[in-house]
Design a protein around this ligand. Structure first.
Ligand SMILES: *[C@@H]1O[C@H](CO)[C@@H](O)[C@H](O)[C@H]1NC(C)=O
Ligand SMILES: *[C@@H]1O[C@H](CO)[C@@H](O)[C@H](O)[C@H]1NC(C)=O
Ligand SMILES: *[C@@H]1O[C@H](CO)[C@@H](O)[C@H](O)[C@H]1NC(C)=O
Ligand SMILES: *[C@@H]1O[C@H](CO)[C@@H](O)[C@H](O)[C@H]1NC(C)=O
Ligand SMILES: *[C@@H]1O[C@H](CO)[C@@H](O)[C@H](O)[C@H]1NC(C)=O
Ligand SMILES: *[C@@H]1O[C@H](CO)[C@@H](O)[C@H](O)[C@H]1NC(C)=O
Ligand SMILES: [Ca+2]
Ligand SMILES: [Ca+2]
Length: 510
């Protein structure tokens, strides 16, 4: 019975508990989708050009100093880069045996991976075990194609600090039409990498400075590695940890906060490929963590329907690594409370702001560890730099008879206008009404010369009722350098804009 009900739910891409029949059907749909669309799919998903290029070594002089020379000596002039395994579709169809490769990227070889041996790696001059090391662990690859984001993440990580970036290429284990095989291979991959990390520590590496970044199934691989190392790894970052086969399992069988000293997680697709709930010391929920703006909502939209929400976790993370997206997230118990303006407080983190998604969480880490598990929410736009500009809007209105409506808020500066509709739930206006709203704009218009405010009700043809706006105060949410804007005592009519110049809130209007 349970299974039948869930099958119906597939249409809205939601399952929460494991059910073999549902799972089988779901993966069948997914794989048929991939099969029909071919292997080029992922490259066109986001319109980025992620072409590998190994011809840039000579451009590295400025950043890498003399290492270029030693690298050429070590690898031999003209030797090719070690690329991520490209399993062809037929191999993925019949299945390949797990084979775990480690591809090293450093500031001296940003664009040209070097495959490390699992033993005797101390002989590789580019690999300094005493440097911080970040492992990047990919997830399920139904088509066998390399992830389009690999070269971007390696380069961006190497820019953060002088570290070893090790791409864990377990594609011959993740590329399989059968998702269950890939799931089974997560443990084996974790065992393999754990042995490698133990060898690293034998050679002087420190678990504190090891960071595992896992995408989807890779997040659980990271969790297993961390658990096998007694939770002593410095940090695990989980990018939309995989949900199917991991929903409702105990912490030992998935990523959880005990797996590392510090675990941070980003959720983008909890209603299909991602895992519901909280898995880290801090869990970031982008747009509530279920669906992402700009991603298709129905299967009829074709290819990106399957992976768009799930992959967005990687693109949000890349954007934050690139420092082009500053995405501040707010502690809250639900996304609904957040969009209702109930969660704008950051006092818990003083003197820091609320946490910002990305690599550098150092200013929040100690506080977050004290808090145990913290859930933080933020909204994004559909495209890079993803950031919305948010304001808390406090209003006090007065009107005689009960009116229900939504609010349209516009900021103006000369010919420039930005608008937001606050319409996720009907708002009630009756007599004295104090209201707190969250207004999130896709564009950041600043300075604001004029503000226009409208209450939209269902009453379009009858006589328009008046609503008095006794006070409006508009406070930027995460831009403390911008002063709040106020205005007092305006008479508005329902369904009509009232446009006004904002005043400073310091001016006395008592
Ligand atoms: C991607 O890069 C390749 C090689 O540099 C180039 O030929 C191609 O035109 C690029 N595609 C886009 C969409 O920029
Ligand atoms: C690695 O990828 C680059 C660019 O796609 C290609 O030129 C090179 O031949 C590849 N190397 C190997 C060993 O396949
Ligand atoms: C890890 O996997 C690689 C390739 O699959 C293998 O050469 C190596 O011996 C494995 N390590 C362990 C500890 O099993
Ligand atoms: C690693 O080096 C040791 C001694 O240096 C040697 O005995 C061993 O065979 C090497 N292992 C591999 C896999 O090359
Ligand atoms: C970083 O972001 C800028 C601007 O969006 C973009 O031009 C650049 O290609 C990005 N770099 C990487 C490595 O992603
Ligand atoms: C209007 O927007 C454009 C493009 O964002 C900007 O260049 C211009 O300075 C803005 N004008 C005003 C008056 O803010
Ligand atoms: Ca665990
Ligand atoms: Ca979704």
């Amino acid at each position: 019975m349970l299974c039948l009900r869930q099958i119906q739910l597939i249409a809205v891409s939601s399952f929460s508990t494991f059910c073999p029949v549902t799972m089988a059907l779901w993966w069948f749909l997914v794989l048929v989708g991939f099969f029909l669309l071919g292997r080029g799919v992922t490259n066109s998903l986001v319109g980025h050009n992620f072409t590998t290029s190994c011809n840039h070594l000579t451009l590295l002089g400025g950043q890498a100093g003399g290492t270029e020379v030693s690298m050429q000596r070590e690898r031999g002039e003209g030797k090719e880069c070690d690329n991520f395994s490209d399993v062809d579709f037929h191999e993925a169809f019949i299945g390949t045996n797990l084979y775990v490769r480690l591809l090293l990227y450093t500031r001296a070889n940003l664009d040209c991976g070097l495959e490390l041996p699992h033993h005797n790696f101390t002989k590789v001059p580019l690999f300094h075990v005493t440097r911080p090391t970040t492992f990047v662990i990919h997830g399920y690859r139904p088509t066998g194609a390399p992830p389009i984001w690999i070269n971007h993440i390696t380069r961006l990580l190497a820019e953060q600090a002088d570290m070893n970036v090790l791409v864990v290429d377990w594609n011959r284990g993740a590329a399989n039409l059968n998702y269950f095989t890939a799931v089974a291979n997560t443990r084996r991959t974790a065992t393999n990498i754990t042995a490698f990390i133990r060898r690293m520590t034998d050679e002087g590496a420190c678990l504190d400075s090891i960071h595992l970044i896992g995408v989807s199934l890779g997040a659980h691989v990271a969790g297993f590695i961390g658990a096998m190392l007694g939770g002593q790894v410095g940090r695990i970052t989980g990018l939309d940890p995989a949900g199917p086969m991991f929903a409702g399992v105990p912490p030992e069988e998935r990523l959880d906060p005990t797996d590392a000293q510090f675990v941070d997680v980003l959720h983008t697709d909890m209603n299909s490929f991602g895992l519901q709930g909280a898995n880290g010391h801090i869990d970031f929920y982008a747009n509530g963590g279920l669906d992402q703006p700009g991603c298709p909502k129905t299967i009829f939209s074709g290819k990106s329907y399957f992976v768009c929400d799930h992959q967005r976790s990687v693109f949000l993370y890349l954007c934050s690594l690139n420092r082009t997206c500053r995405l501040t997230a707010f502690p809250c118990s639900t996304y609904t409370d957040f969009i209702n303006g109930q969660c704008s407080r950051c006092e818990a983190f003083k003197p820091a702001s609320c946490p910002v998604l990305g690599y550098d969480l150092s200013q929040w880490r100690d506080k977050l560890l004290k808090l145990g598990q913290t859930k933080v929410y933020f909204s994004t736009t559909a495209e890079p730099p993803y950031r919305k500009t948010s304001y808390i809007v406090d209003t006090v209105t007065w009107n005689q008879y009960r009116r229900w409506g939504l609010v349209i808020l516009r900021f103006l500066n000369g010919k420039n206008v930005t608008e937001t509709r606050i319409d996720h739930k009907p708002l009630r206006f009756e007599q004295h009404t104090s209201m707190r709203l969250l207004a999130q704009f896709d564009e950041d218009l600043y300075p604001v010369r004029k503000i226009s405010f409208r209450i939209v009700t269902a009453n379009v043809i009858g006589p328009q009722y008046k609503i008095r706006l006794l006070r409006i105060m508009i406070t930027p949410l995460d831009l403390p350098e911008r002063p709040p804007m106020c205005r007092y005592d305006l008479v508005m009519e329902e369904n009509m804009d009232v446009t006004f110049k904002p005043l400073s809130c310091d001016e006395s209007h008592l």
